[in-house]
Design a protein around this ligand. Structure first.
Ligand code: GDP
Ligand code: MN
Length: 397
């Protein structure tokens, strides 16, 4: 789960990283009010889940509340790399002396948090990594030991020594402040279960203050159960209604564009099912993993979500019975169909524990069953095509 800049910076603030005290506006008038209560020049910043907002015209300085209002009016509604701007952050503007890059990122390969720092702040760090990698200093933190002060010092010296003499700010103060921010960013990452916590730029102002001017935080979705407060920040706007409903029902669901609804137990099996549908020329309408030990009511809820999508012209149910019992799934499907009243055709493939009992229950109810996935996928594709054609004929007639 990605946080917006303003949420990321609030989190930084809670962990003792210095930030500016701006607020978020959804309308130009609100932006005006915030600017006038802050007083003085402000910066108006698009809040979207993507970087490079500055280059795209989504970050602008305003001399006062009049200008803040007119700039906010331009930025709100803007499209930045496919993200519509629904809110802007209005922060007090600062005079920047130097800009740094600092990030903690989970390095899965090393099974440690990697801290990276650079004197090349404000710009695209991927470009720095590709062209001048010597300008990035990085350390891996041993999770058992935690961040050691020598590591924070190494990062601070690395950053400062990479700067040309003319750009080296008051050394002692910066060394102290930088190490403090490193420690607090690492703490943020660990305590908030973040897989990424990035400050770009971390600046030193002309009056010598160190500040996090931008923030990007990604929270590990698998940790949201123990990060209730963060989970409530989730932006409902980027999830579709079906995705939210599914998440609340404890199902993993991703909306896709095809016509064949998929109901599968297990993420790997769900991926394989989508692959096989594609292999035979079909297009899956969704990814859906009902998880292990799925009970009848969970199956019913999953089918409700799939069938709410008008593009779905057939449904392929692919169940491998391990903990999940085939007969239980079969009863779940029938119970759901009673409530749903749909003319969308179903194809069911059940394998594993109690598969035969399950197939018998479905066959009694005149459902299409398949013994192999290849057979099931092809049947689901054919039925979807037939239903689509039937519908277009109805329209012509
Ligand atoms: P990004 O482009 O999405 O990474 O957005 P940032 O928040 O990093 O802003 C882009 C750039 O705008 C920064 O690198 C700064 O150079 C500049 N900027 C942001 N806030 C201020 C500010 O308060 N004063 C000044 N002078 N520049 C700012
Ligand atoms: Mn930035």
């Amino acid at each position: 789960m990605n946080l917006y800049e303003y949420q990321a910076k609030q989190l930084f603030g809670l962990h003792g990283i210095p930030i500016k005290e701006g607020r978020v506006a959804r309308t130009a008038a609100e932006a005006r009010d915030i600017a006038s209560s802050l007083g003085g020049p402000v910066v108006v910043k698009a809040q979207v889940h993507t970087g490079g907002r500055g280059k795209a015209g989504g970050v602008k300085l305003a001399s006062g509340s009049d200008e803040a209002e007119s700039i906010a009016a331009k930025i709100l509604g803007m499209d930045i790399k496919g993200h519509r701007v629904g809110q802007v952050l209005v922060d007090p503007a600062v005079d920047i002396d130097s800009e740094f890059y600092l990030a903690c990122v989970l390095d899965r390969g090393a099974r440690r948090i990697l801290i990276m720092a650079s004197g090349e702040g404000g710009v695209d760090i991927e470009q720095v990594a590709a062209e001048t990698p010597e300008r990035i200093t990085s350390v891996h933190v041993d999770p058992g030991l935690g961040l050691q002060s020598y590591q924070a010092r190494r990062l601070a010296y690395g950053v400062l020594h990479a700067l040309p003499d003319a750009r080296r700010p008051a050394f002692a103060a910066v060394l102290r402040d930088f190490q403090h921010v490193v420690a607090q960013l690492y703490e943020t990452c660990v305590e908030e279960d973040a897989t990424l916590a990035e400050i770009n730029p971390l600046v030193i102002t002309t009056d010598g203050q160190m500040l996090a001017l931008d923030g990007k935080v990604t929270i590990d979705d698998s940790a949201l159960f123990r990060q209730q407060e963060l989970a409530s920040l989730r932006d409902a706007g980027v999830e579709t209604g079906a995705e939210r409903q599914a998440r609340e029902a404890g199902l993993s669901y991703v909306d896709l564009d095809g016509s064949i609804g998929c109901l599968v137990n297990g993420a790997g099996l769900a991926m394989a099912t989508m692959d096989v549908i594609k292999f035979f020329g079909g297009e899956p309408a969704n990814f859906l993993d009902i998880g292990g030990g799925a009970q009848a009511d969970k199956v019913a809820e999953a089918l409700r979500i799939i069938l709410a999508d008008a593009r779905v012209n057939s449904v392929l149910i692919n169940i491998f019975g391990g903990i999940t019992r085939g007969d239980e799934v079969a009863r779940g499907i029938l119970a759901a169909l009673e409530q749903l009243d749909t003319d969308v055709p179903f194809v069911v493939r059940i394998e594993g524990t109690n598969a035969e009992e399950g197939r018998a229950i479905l066959a009694d109810a005149a459902m299409n069953t398949a013994t192999t996935l290849a057979e099931g996928a092809q049947l689901a594709i054919r039925l979807a095509d037939e239903r689509k054609q039937g519908q277009s004929q109805e329209v012509v007639a």
